[in-house]
Design a protein around this ligand. Structure first.
Ligand code: AMP
Ligand code: MG
Length: 424
């Protein structure tokens, strides 16, 4: 696909059309986001303890060998292999080597040591045999077989060698990366600055926790939903609360938020209803880049730019807000924070336990439950698929992914599954 510039996209009727045939496909929306999102460039130093979910701004080279000495992979006995042959598979036991307590190299002769896992291999020694495989006869360690030379020794530098690149610039740091950094003795790293994200929910009917709910009202679940997704990414948002469906107030708040944040997220008011003002507000003070997508749930989702900040107007229905956040906003946040690629969702295949029939035309994320049975894994769609039904999403543990052109998925065929574990 050619590089798109913002003005061309804004003028592209296909993206702005309110008719379904012109709505943006899932794949095209991702391509657009990949091209339009610009990473923030500011970096900062952080302790590795605070680095989870941040993105590495430099590559990390190891200044040491890991492990930094040859050591035993087993609790067993260490000896020189050639001594075994000389002494008819018997070697004299001299002492013990515990991890952290190397033996004095000057006192080592043609002998054998008991050695514990992680114990340092004495110079010139080359083989370790697990304690279960030898017999002890007074001060002799006896073998009834010829072990392989070099067995059970972890060589210095076999995990990472000195000067090797341990982590690439742009790595989204997870607990394993933090452990790896610690194994190199690195306590502080350079990462890209956390994004400044602003959020508000919209809707005259939306009430806050603690208030008594009246008929016609709904609790503000989206605020807590999006806030929790952000927490899981070790990010926070500037919380601008809930705004009523007032075009001028919404516009004003968007404008203020654009001065204070790199990214603004809102929920609600993004469709074509009478009180849906977000798209209009966005086009008044910024640029609508696209807003209608051929996905289910989550068809309306405004994406645009207000001054220097990007904007995602998510739908008000909580499941649609969750799906659009996970599929588009979360990977975009990572892109903005320096990740190299729009992260594609890992997809597995599992056997379908129940036929699915639907109207084709949109990429659909069907809430489902993946279960282990005696015959292997089996996935079944949940009965409730309404875009406002958060309960069925909280009961699900995966999505079945249906491509635009698919209208029937037959029972017992293999279908595409996106696990919540890892996605959420
Ligand atoms: P909208 O996108 O504004 O048309 O809203 C679609 C549906 O989502 C309506 O039924 C709203 O009541 C509901 N909704 C909107 N905002 C929220 C919110 N913050 N929490 C829970 N439900 C919401
Ligand atoms: Mg609304």
């Amino acid at each position: 696909m050619n590089k798109i510039n913002l003005t061309d996209l804004y003028k592209d009727k296909g993206c702005l059309s309110e008719y379904d045939p012109n709505s943006l496909t899932y794949q095209k929306a991702i391509l657009y986001l990949e091209q339009l999102i610009e990473p923030i460039k500011k970096t900062k130093k952080v302790s590795i303890e605070d680095a989870l979910g941040l993105i590495l701004a430099t590559e990390i080279k190891s200044s040491i060998n890991v492990p930094n000495y040859d050591n035993s992979a087993m609790d067993g006995y260490v000896f020189r292999h050639q001594e075994l042959k000389k002494n008819n598979n018997k070697v004299k036991l001299m002492g013990k080597i515990l991890a952290g307590h190397p033996v004095d190299p000057n006192k080592i002769g043609s002998v054998c040591f008991k050695i514990m896992t992680g114990g340092m291999i004495p110079k010139g020694f080359d083989t370790v045999i697990p304690q279960e495989l030898v017999k002890i006869d007074k001060d002799l360690v006896c073998f009834d077989f010829q072990p392989k030379k070099g067995a059970n020794i972890r060589k210095a530098g076999e995990d990472i060698s000195k000067n090797e690149i341990a982590l690439k610039k742009g790595t989204y740091l997870n607990p394993l990366h933090i452990g790896l950094l610690a194994s190199l003795g690195i306590s502080e790293i350079k990462v890209f600055e956390s994004l400044k994200v602003g959020f508000f929910s919209t809707g005259d009917e939306v009430v806050q926790l603690g208030e008594k709910i009246k008929p016609g009202q709904v609790y503000d679940s989206n605020r807590y939903l999006i806030k929790s997704f952000m927490h899981k990414m070790n990010l926070h948002f500037n919380d601008y609360g809930n705004l009523s469906d007032n075009k001028f107030k919404l516009e004003k708040q968007l404008e203020t938020a654009s001065k204070e944040n790199d990214l603004i997220i809102t929920t609600g008011g993004v469709s074509v209803g009478e009180a849906d003002y977000m798209k209009e507000a966005l086009s008044n003070i910024g640029k609508v880049l696209f807003w209608k997508m051929a996905i289910k749930p989550g068809r309306p989702m405004a994406f645009g730019k207000i001054k220097k900040s990007f904007y995602f107007g998510l739908p008000g229905n909580p499941v649609s807000a969750a799906v659009t956040f996970l599929q588009f906003v979360k990977p975009s946040i990572k892109l903005m924070m320096g990740n190299f690629q729009f992260e594609s969702t890992p997809i597995l295949e599992a056997k379908l336990g129940q036929k699915i029939i639907r109207k084709k035309g949109r990429t659909e994320f069907v809430r489902a439950y993946l279960e282990k049975t005696v015959k292997g894994y089996c996935v079944k769609p949940l009965n409730q698929q309404g875009s406002g039904m958060l309960k069925s999403m909280s009961d699900a543990n995966c999505f079945i992914l249906m491509a635009e052109k698919e209208d029937v998925l037959e029972k017992n065929t293999y279908v595409k599954v996106i696990l919540f574990d890892g996605l959420i």
